[in-house]
Design a protein around this ligand. Structure first.
Ligand code: SF4
Ligand code: SF4
Length: 363
């Protein structure tokens, strides 16, 4: 049985990995033909206007291999149950070879370290130089970290890699990882299994606490869901969201319980529509604050600059619990356009876009 970390063999040389990490490009690509997965809220914004219900066609996959070549990929592996029996895979292997890309098929299914139940240090740096494209178009950082970075049906592979905040964090793992892994003597060659960290905490940057070296570390994780006090600059009563529940690519889901002391409450106990925009802005501040938790200094400042396309489909009021899902749609320096959806009891009650400014590291 082969492990996910080992499928590229001894892997690229260390200097190539460094180059790939710095230049935000890839050296290797896995195309996985496994069954379709539901990636939850993380895909609702990236699938707007595209269908992800069917497998990519042979032409789509050829195009992706050509795109992969353009961003430096030198090796493509095809994986998934019974993949070697697919006629399409033979064609794709020949196509990759015609582009001077080494291509191969992983005949036996591999075991994912994140699901192995073992405590060994993973010594894996796959996310520094490769990613996975599923046959439904989703791009994943690695097999065990199942957070889609984008979908190749709606974006070019190179743009997904370039724009991904998750991949950018992972490629800078020596500076971004939280807890004991960051101070481990193996950090230059390990970084922990990002899949195990994510499965255990909901945070892809948390330490890998399954590793034998960390079992007795006593490290307290910032496990999600997490109260947002301290990760957003807003204080009560202006802080109107409560918890950061889930993280995904440039997106987050948060929740808020509407109480009587909250601003924006009307005399009849219902919530003014402007509160939905503020919830969207605070949720994106929570995402930014959480990503910066490892940095010293205060939570990043942020302001709501304007809003558009606010659509109201329902009402909320005292005692209601709301779910707020947000996605960074576009960014220009510290300015960004954020799309947001607010739901109550699984029904969308508001949808809109806000323009925000956040103090960012580069500022
Ligand atoms: S980080 Fe973990 S799940 Fe991802 S490839 Fe490495 S060992 Fe596998
Ligand atoms: S403590 Fe973390 S970085 Fe060190 S060997 Fe274990 S998983 Fe790897």
């Amino acid at each position: 049985m082969i492990y996910c970390r080992d499928i590229f063999g001894s892997g690229p040389r260390e200097d190539s990995i460094d180059e790939s990490a710095q230049e935000i490009r890839l050296i290797a690509l896995e195309i996985n033909f496994a069954s379709r997965r539901d990636y939850g809220f993380s895909t609702i914004f990236m699938n707007e206007g595209v269908s992800s219900d069917t497998r990519l066609t042979e032409d789509d996959l050829r195009d992706i291999i050509a795109q992969a070549k353009a961003i430096g990929v030198r090796k493509v592996l095809f994986s998934g149950k019974d993949v070697s029996s697919y006629a399409i895979v033979k064609e794709l292997e020949s196509f990759a070879s015609s582009l001077d890309i080494e291509a191969d098929v992983i005949k036996d299914e591999y075991l994912c370290v994140a699901a192995s139940g073992k405590n060994d240090p993973p010594f894996c740096m796959r996310h520094m130089f490769s990613c996975v494209v599923t046959s439904y178009g989703y791009v994943l950082p690695c097999p065990g970290l199942e957070i889609p970075l984008g979908n190749v049906r709606s974006q070019k592979l190179g743009d997904i890699i370039k724009d991904s905040e998750i991949l950018s964090d992972l490629k800078d793992c020596t500076n971004k990882i939280k807890g004991p892994c960051r101070y481990c003597e193996n950090i230059e060659i390990c970084c922990g299994c990002r899949g195990r960290a994510y499965l255990g905490t909901g945070d892809y940057l948390e330490s890998d606490l399954i590793c034998i070296k960390n079992i007795n570390s006593g490290h307290k994780t910032g496990k999600l869901p997490l109260q947002v006090d301290g990760i957003i600059p807003h204080k009560p009563p202006m802080r109107i969201i409560d918890t950061l529940d889930e993280l995904a690519e440039r997106s987050a889901s948060c929740s808020a319980l509407i109480n009587k002391d909250m601003p924006f409450i009307e005399e009849d106990g219902s919530l003014d529509n402007v509160a939905y925009l503020e919830m969207i802005a605070q949720s994106i501040a929570a995402l930014n604050g959480f990503r910066n938790m490892n940095e010293s200094g205060p939570s990043p400042e942020g302001y709501l600059l304007g809003a558009k396309n606010l659509k109201i489909f329902g009402r909320a009021g005292k005692g209601d619990r709301l779910l707020i899902m947000v996605f960074k749609y576009a960014r220009y320096g510290g300015f960004g356009i954020v799309k947001g959806v607010v739901s109550k009891n699984n029904e969308i009650i508001a949808r809109g876009e806000v323009k925000v400014w956040h103090k960012i590291e580069e500022d």
